[in-house]
Design a binder for this molecule. Structure first.
Ligand SMILES: [Zn+2]
Length: 275
């Protein structure tokens, strides 16, 4: 059986249950966004991301932390969803239309699933188009506050990267932080990460499809463990065909932007490209 047929059959068999998709940086490569920690030649900042992507680094050196993020956001904010993002929306609509449910959990902060029109979506690592106050309890900070990045002018900082030119909290007047989950933080640290919804989905899912994930962060591990425990079929689309660090995962060595549209066609799930 071809890999298209294999995945289409697995999705078909979810029936009216929950079809869960987890995406990582690999799905956005075709949109021109280099991966955070992949081996592609454009992988950003050779210095260890687990050191730079921390609340601790932000506290020690907010100017350095902001400069690092802005160098990455330049590519993120100009990017467009690719065929894989659009195909996932088509699969969501198709699954909903037959009375089933879906949840798309993305590790990406690039907001491309939202741009493509995904509805049942959790941006579990935060979003590049939001900022927040670093002080918990502030109405613009955790547990539920945030601010739109577009409301702040970052040009002064880009022209002269000093702390005074960074956006400050309108209430506390401290330097704002990225609204993303850092390596030294917890999924439960902000309501926008919707950790409870993610956890309950793990108990209900009838199929897990990983797309472009590296299996290096906690959320993938949680879904794999729950999937194996509940004997839920687990698929992973990875063009490199890298064996995941677990047994029992069906690896599909394809590009998601080619495989997923083909799966849609086979299932009769109609792809609408809004842009
Ligand atoms: Zn504040």
């Amino acid at each position: 059986m071809s890999r298209v047929a294999q995945l289409a059959d697995a999705i078909e068999q979810v029936g009216s249950g929950l079809f869960l998709v987890v995406t990582g940086a690999g799905i956005s490569l075709a949109s021109g966004i280099p991966t955070f920690r992949g081996n592609d030649p454009e992988a950003v900042w050779k210095r260890d991301v687990t050191e730079l992507g921390t609340f601790r680094y932000f506290q020690e050196d907010p100017v350095g932390s902001w400069s690092w993020y802005l160098s990455r956001f330049a590519k993120v904010l100009g990017a467009e969803p690719n065929a894989a993002h659009h195909a996932l929306v088509a699969l969501e609509d198709w699954q909903t239309a037959r009375g089933g449910s879906t949840l798309l959990v993305t590790q990406n902060i690039d907001t491309l699933h939202r741009a493509a029109g995904a509805k049942n979506l959790v941006e579990v690592h935060g979003a590049a188009d939001r900022l927040r106050c670093p002080i918990d309890g502030c109405r613009y900070g955790a547990p539920r506050g945030s601010l739109a990045r577009a409301d702040f002018d970052l040009e002064p900082f880009q022209a002269e990267p000093i702390a005074e030119n960074l956006p400050h909290c309108p209430d506390c007047n401290v330097i704002l932080r990225q609204h993303v989950l850092w390596f030294d933080e917890y999924y439960t640290s902000h309501e926008d990460y919707q950790w409870q919804r993610v956890q309950s989905a793990a108990g209900l899912m009838r199929l897990v499809l990983f797309v472009g994930t590296s299996f290096a962060v906690g959320v993938t591990d949680m879904f794999v463990q729950q999937g194996l425990l509940g004997r839920v079929p687990i698929y992973s689309i990875d063009p490199g065909g890298t064996p995941p660090p677990y047994l029992g995962i069906h690896v599909l060595a394809d590009r998601a932007e080619e495989l997923l549209p083909a799966v849609c066609q086979r299932l009769g799930a109609k792809i609408h490209e809004s842009n």
